[in-house]
Design a protein around this ligand. Structure first.
Ligand code: TXA
Ligand code: MG
Length: 357
């Protein structure tokens, strides 16, 4: 794997943990450094969660607004107790039992000793226990929780490899751990709680269907059920975005029934889920997110595909939504944000959106 000169990359094989390398990473974190670390979802930019100066460096490195709180990562009950205000509430405890360690983030009352900047001044903290063996080993060696947002420039596509981190933040990180590509490829699902419901603030690697099967409370979707009531910080419409202007389409748009009037003849890369769709302008390039019948693979490769297409520097990108439930909700959420909510339902709207961007 090639990296930018100067980037301080430490390879750690998740299957054969090099304890000396883990020790080195922990030393840097203990000293207030910021380190890109692999998780099962995406790479995170980690720091000592109780070191307010290190936390400030993480916000600055990403260009992230101070109003957008960080997820705190723990390796078990002892570290958890240092960041939450008392034991997890019942429904949160049930979800932690079912999904930790893993890609689920719970928003719960925060411990008063946690630096306020971690939670952007909110009285709740987002916490999760990751399953990636390298992250778990670093947490154990550190003995303190690690605050970590995704290791991308603010608003850009999340990183699922160390090379992606080098591209975005190579000069900002004290160390970048390279443990190969992330297994899940989509961020954790973020869930908060009201008195009588769990509310999904961000769809992610754990599906809402799986949450419903494990949660003693009803599980609501913030986008459908709580649009204004339970607004989450840091959920900008434009996020997870390529630099190329991007428009999303629903699968049925280019079904061949409607003439392709008004669409540009070239300069567009179309990204769908199969071989070249039969009804595209002949001059469009085509890439694929993979086979929708293997949606875990689509999720795992989603950000790498978006980055690769973006690097090809087309004039416009058109991404096709999955339109399916389960992981499709999270994939469609990210694609919608990548397109700054420009989602089109027919050829006319697609042509207009492409002309405007
Ligand atoms: O899979 C993941 O969650 C990755 C890995 C590194 O753990 N992390 C990640 O972090 O995606 P980030 O910072 O890119 O996204 C965190 C999300 C944001 O949407 C943020 O608004 C929300 O979690 N969040 C964090 N703290 C919160 C809080 N106290 N209340 C509500 N939402 C919160
Ligand atoms: Mg992020």
């Amino acid at each position: 794997m090639s990296h930018a000169p100067g980037a301080n990359v430490v390879p750690i094989d998740p299957d054969h943990l090099d304890q000396r390398a883990v020790w080195r990473v922990a030393e840097v974190l203990r000293g207030g450094g910021i380190v890109a670390l692999p998780t099962e979802t995406v790479y995170g930019l980690g720091c000592h969660a109780f070191d307010a100066k290190a936390v400030a460096r993480v916000f600055a490195a990403k260009g992230r607004p101070a109003t957008d709180p960080l997820i705190v990562h723990v390796d078990g009950p002892a570290q958890l107790a240092t960041v939450t205000d008392g034991p997890l509430p019942g429904a949160a405890a049930a979800l932690a039992d079912a999904f930790w360690p893993g890609p689920l983030t719970l928003v719960v009352p925060r411990h008063p000793a946690l630096p306020p900047s971690v939670t952007a001044g909110l009285d709740r903290v987002a916490v999760r226990a990751p399953s990636h063996p390298v992250f778990v080993a670093v947490l154990a060696e550190c003995g303190f929780p690690i605050a970590a947002p995704s290791a991308n420039r603010f608003g850009h596509v999340s990183p699922t490899s160390a090379a992606h981190v080098v591209t975005d933040l190579g000069d900002e990180c004290d160390l970048i751990v390279d443990s190969g590509p992330c297994e899940r490829g989509l961020e954790s699902t973020v869930v908060t709680f009201t008195d009588d419901a769990a509310v999904v603030l961000r769809h992610g690697a754990v599906t809402i269907e799986a949450l419903r099967a494990a949660c003693p409370l009803p599980v609501l979707d913030v986008r459908a059920d709580h649009r204004t009531a339970a607004a989450s910080p840091g959920h900008d419409e434009r996020h997870y975005s390529p630099t190329t202007p991007t428009v999303a389409v629903r699968a049925a748009v280019l079904d061949g029934a409607t003439p392709l009037d008004g669409l540009p003849a070239s300069g567009v890369t179309y990204v769908g889920y199969r071989d070249r769709p039969p009804h595209l302008p002949a001059g469009w390039a085509v890439e694929s997110f993979g086979d929708l019948a293997r949606i875990e693979d689509v999720a795992r490769d989603l950000y790498a595909t978006l980055r690769r297409v973006d690097e090809g520097q087309p004039e416009r990108i058109v991404v096709e939504l999955t339109g399916v439930e389960g992981l499709g909700r999270a994939i469609d959420d990210r694609l919608t944000r990548a397109a700054s909510s420009r989602v089109t339902d027919d050829v006319g709207a697609l042509a207009a959106a492409l002309a405007r961007t």
